[in-house]
Design a protein around this ligand. Structure first.
Ligand code: ARG
Length: 591
């Protein structure tokens, strides 16, 4: 028991101590009760608090203060906390014992995972993210999905889960008839050449095809025939479709490489052969109804203007299928074939209803087994500084590629200015590397640091600032530590398990406590899928490190303080590096 206790983070240890005390004080009836131990709302009251005495007052028929007193007689937190105190009507306040903190910090100093234990029960998790559409521009919404989805996947992987990162690319649908017809007309050689042809800007291509489609009836008829041929597996149509997909894929890959994103593509077309089966299954379970020639499921809790139940159309009257049908097939496949236990969809809030409807049908069809969680995690819009939808100066939609390039270019300019001020000369290679890391990190961090459900205003100036809750601020804190190690000619990795840790100064104690909260934060993010909590943690860590470093000499300190402070620096840097890596951000040794 005690050895496993050692690896658990303080909050978890305290919770189990409280649970024990509750049953020993009030009987086994309370065994399953939530002990309500949480981080203190105000550091004045200590590090953790529990309001459980107030919550139990009614059930136990006693005043909360009396309950708290009895509870404390049974609570053994010796070695972890100082004597707990009761405040106000019955709040229990807990302050961690400095020697406990010191021991734990020493333990994690030589632990590559910094004390974060992998989960006991690993799950197979699918994160469905990014998912742009073929022949269309990848827009800022896809950027958010890509950044948030990637971070969530990284965090769950680090927690020990088995994560499948799926790119549910929009690579199927009637628009391909139009695109293929146009390809045949405008680039007939594309279909006879063996190597892939560079079609250039696919978005422009799409626009031209659409113009042709809107203007010419004959072309429309051809386009419709193309859809039928493609669906029937016609070899030439397939080849044309493939060409279009490859072209898009190349363009998407440029963005993924820039952002360092890994994804497995499994587009909508993959599920195409499975669609008839979905319809059959829904029919079999009695959910399917005919309405105006279409097969649909009438939804519970969704109504139209007249107040009648809204239908989810799974097969149109012409036999065609929908976005929702594909998602139903995908969901079924992920459960049955992939064996997923948790399925996470990362798209904008606008698709919340779509997912609620798909999940409802799946539930009513009996596909959602017990211990399976399907969840849509929505995010808000990216707005320009005027609060409106993000646009270029000339009013066009912003291309992702341009956006990322501009972030890098601005980071480069900021760097040049700073280097000039500091009278530093650096190689072009150094500058280009720093600019790229800073630019990309700034964009990612700006996105992740917001609560994802709110809209956020895209501002290069703000995200690239060296001060505030930004990537550069945190990268800089990391660089500061590397500077100490260079200046003192010290390999921080060599600090062994015998390194003394002394939390004597106030800023040391504050930093030490914060360093031990990483596990807690990750446990939370693993549940709530809110990476902004991790961002907030890292921001506070950088602040607390900077305060410590401003107050406490490190290289100039006497032993044993010197080694203790070096260890705190090392832990702060490694925590930053690990935390940032889970946001998809790499650190710099110098900047
Ligand atoms: N391609 C869709 C879009 O651009 C996003 C797909 C999200 N994933 C899903 N399984 N529906 O809006």
């Amino acid at each position: 028991m005690s050895s496993s206790n050692n690896c658990r983070h303080p909050l978890e240890q305290l919770k189990s101590k409280f649970t024990q005390a509750l049953t020993s004080a009030f009987g086994s009836d309370l065994a399953g009760i939530d002990p309500m131990v949480v981080p203190a709302s105000n550091p004045k009251f200590g590090d953790y608090q529990s309001n459980v005495a107030l919550a139990l007052s009614k059930q136990l028929g006693q005043p909360p203060r009396a309950i708290a007193q009895t509870l404390l007689q049974h609570l053994d937190v010796g070695g972890i906390c100082q004597a707990p105190s009761i405040a106000g009507p019955g709040f229990i306040n807990l302050s961690l014992e400095p020697t406990y903190l010191e021991t734990r910090l020493r333990n994690i100093l030589t632990n590559p995972r910094l004390g974060v234990e992998p989960v006991k029960i690993a799950k197979r998790v699918i994160v469905d993210f990014s998912s742009p559409n073929i022949a269309k521009e990848m827009h800022v919404g896809h950027l958010r999905s890509t950044i948030i989805g990637d971070s969530i996947a990284r965090i769950l992987e680090f927690c020990g889960h088995d994560v499948i990162r799926l790119n549910h690319v929009g690579d199927w649908g009637t628009q391909f008839g139009m695109l293929i017809a146009y390809l045949r007309e405008a680039y007939p050689e594309a279909l006879t050449k063996s190597d892939a042809l560079d079609l250039g800007d696919l978005v422009a291509f799409y626009r031209q095809a659409k113009q042709r489609f809107d203007a010419n009836d004959q072309f429309q008829a051809i386009a419709r025939q193309e859809v039928v041929k493609l669906q029937a597996g016609d070899i030439e149509s397939r080849k044309a479709w493939q060409l279009l997909c490859e072209q898009s894929r190349r363009e998407f890959q440029v963005i993924y490489d820039l952002l360092d994103i890994e994804l497995t593509e499994r587009g909508e077309s993959f599920y195409n052969p499975l669609l008839p089966d979905v319809v059959a299954d829904l029919k079999h379970s009695g959910l399917l109804e005919e309405s105006a020639g279409a097969s649909c499921v009438f939804l519970e809790g969704f109504t139209n203007k007249e107040g009648n139940p809204l239908p989810l159309i799974v097969q149109k009257s012409d036999g065609g299928y929908n976005y929702a049908t594909t998602d139903l097939a995908a969901l079924r496949y992920r459960i049955e074939q992939d064996g997923a236990q948790r399925i996470i969809y990362v798209t904008d809030t606008g698709q919340a209803n779509h997912f609620a409807q798909v999940f409802q049908v799946a539930r009513r069809a009996g596909w959602l087994l017990e211990n399976l969680e399907v969840v849509h995690i929505p995010f808000g819009l990216v707005q320009g500084e005027d609060g409106k939808k993000l646009k270029t100066r000339s009013g066009e939609t912003v291309r992702l590629r341009d956006l990322l390039d501009e972030a890098i270019a601005r980071a480069y300019n900021d760097l040049e200015t700073r280097l000039k001020e500091e009278e530093r000369g650096e190689t072009e290679q150094f500058k280009a590397h720093v600019a790229k890391v800073v630019g990309i990190s700034a964009v990612k961090y700006a996105d992740l640091s917001q609560n994802r459900s709110s809209n956020y205003i895209f501002s290069f100036d703000r995200m690239l600032a060296l001060q505030g809750n930004t990537a550069p601020y945190m990268l800089y804190a990391y660089v500061r530590v590397q500077g100490i190690s260079r200046k003192g000619n010290i390999d921080l990795g060599q600090l062994g398990a015998d390194t003394p840790i002394l939390l004597q100064e106030y800023t040391e104690l504050v930093l030490g406590k914060h360093l031990l909260q990483l596990s807690e934060v990750l446990t939370e993010v693993e549940q709530d899928l809110l990476p902004n909590r991790l961002c907030q943690y890292l921001f506070e860590l950088s602040q607390k490190f900077n305060q410590f470093y401003d107050q406490c000499p490190v290289l100039q300190a006497e032993e044993p303080q010197r080694r203790s402070r070096l260890a705190l620096c090392d832990l702060a840097a490694r925590t930053l590096k690990l935390g940032l890596s889970l946001l998809g951000i790499t650190v710099l040794e110098r900047m």
